[in-house]
Design a protein around this ligand. Structure first.
Ligand code: FE2
Ligand code: FE2
Length: 252
């Protein structure tokens, strides 16, 4: 599927970067997004090695390669980070945003040096874009990584939620936007209970986003929540017990 602009106004865009052939791209089906502002692109969770070709082609339909100025990595997982080696070959001076906790693990992806690595402190950061739009890199620790961040795009009113909201949707049933929330819940349930660290971490995130005007929640896997489904999604998270608060995995 081609890219889809989720928001586009006044030189600021939030774009879903399409999908490819599931067989060819291997691994867990993942979403990649770009925020385009003033003609510059920031990638959100650029993805695994096998999806690079498609994500690069779709991004460069929107901006010239030299205008790809940064990549935000919500956490350390390979489905988020592995393509960064290829991106840095194209654009060696791009900024790479990642939790300070994971900075020393990047070399294990066979990266030489990242000249412009922004190691995010636990409390997060605010980034100003060329048009004056602002991004808030919000702490989401424990959801699921000990050093996780989400991005709230104030202008587009979009929350990029990383693995929160991730769904494993059977291939024939996937749609870009959630079509039927109740039907979507079982596709999210198992991942959230097993991978999220604790209910306390989840409640902290809900408190953090409470009151933010959010029109879309865009996760790294599955479908996008919009309109009333945004509230339904947060309400559903509020009912969950997760991680070791849910059960002790592996105990007899
Ligand atoms: Fe992950
Ligand atoms: Fe993921």
């Amino acid at each position: 599927m081609e890219s889809v602009k989720i928001f586009s106004e006044g030189g600021h865009e939030f774009v879903w970067l399409g999908s490819g052939d599931l067989e060819a791209e291997k691994g867990v089906p993942s979403n990649q997004y770009a925020i385009i502002d003033g003609g510059e692109a920031l990638l959100l969770d650029p993805g695994g090695y096998h999806s690079f070709e498609r994500v690069f082609a779709n991004t460069t339909q929107l901006v010239e390669p030299k205008q790809i100025r940064g990549a935000f990595l919500s956490h350390q997982d390979p489905d988020v980070v592995a393509s960064i080696v290829s991106w840095l070959e194209v654009q060696p001076n791009m900024k790479v945003y990642l939790s300070a906790l994971w900075e020393r693990f990047l070399p294990h992806f066979a990266l030489p040096v990242v000249p412009d690595l922004v190691a995010l402190p636990d409390e997060g950061a605010t980034v100003a874009l060329p048009t004056g739009a602002r991004l808030r890199m919000l702490p989401a620790h424990g959801l699921h990584s000990p050093g996780s961040f989400q991005v709230y795009d104030e202008r587009a009113r979009v929350l990029f939620s990383g693995d929160l909201g991730a769904a494993l949707v059977p291939p024939g049933e996937w749609s870009l936007f959630v079509a039927d929330f109740d039907k979507h819940v079982p596709y999210m349930d198992g991942f959230h209970r097993r991978f999220l660290a604790s209910t306390k971490a989840l409640r902290a995130l809900l408190k953090r986003v409470e009151g933010l005007p959010i029109d879309y929640v865009c996760p790294q896997h599955g479908s996008i929540f919009r309109g009333d489904d945004v509230k339904r999604f947060f309400d559903w998270l509020g009912t969950l017990e997760v991680g070791f608060d849910y059960r002790s995995w592996g105990d007899p």
